[in-house]
Design a protein around this ligand. Structure first.
Ligand code: NI
Length: 155
């Protein structure tokens, strides 16, 4: 495994639509292992392949329950609403208040090409939406809004 360089700010890789993974080979496994190592090294809860310069639909997430790998993820359901501060490893030193659905059900392949469904709330849901947005070249900054008045004191 190896650490990969995290692309930041105006790097063009962050603003491109990524391609579906077609080959579930050793190279994909290496990419996923490297992404998990890079995410953990940076103390992140998620990382998308374009953040390491690879324009493929691959995401890793770890909200404290161990790493989850999502290849060609498709969001099947979302509901509810949550607002919280959010950041991104590609925009170091920044954060902003973002409202997201509170619940997600997502379908994705693992590195072996087996299809799984995951569901979760709160931070896991936030991470899934944030990382899947990366695969379409979208970054969270476009979603930042003013926090509600009762949250401003904390900010
Ligand atoms: Ni991000």
């Amino acid at each position: 495994m190896a650490l990969r360089n995290i692309r930041t700010n105006d790097d063009p890789a962050l603003y491109k639509v990524c391609k579906e993974v077609k080959r579930f080979d050793a190279r994909l496994g290496t990419l996923i292992d490297d992404m998990i190592e890079t995410m953990n090294d940076a103390d992140g809860v998620g990382l998308a392949a374009p953040q390491v310069g690879v324009l493929k639909r691959v995401v890793v997430i770890d909200v404290g329950d161990g790493p989850v790998e999502l290849v060609n993820p498709v969001i099947l359901e979302s509901s509810g609403e949550q607002g919280d501060m959010e950041g991104c490893l590609s925009f170091p030193g920044q954060s902003g208040y973002v409202v997201r659905p509170n619940y997600v059900k997502v379908e994705a392949f693992d590195r072996n090409g087996d299809l799984y469904e995951y569901e979760g709330e709160g931070l896991f849901a936030r991470a899934v939406f944030h990382e899947c947005d990366h695969l379409d070249g979208k970054v969270y900054l476009r979603l930042v809004t003013e926090p509600p008045a009762d949250r401003k004191k904390e900010a």
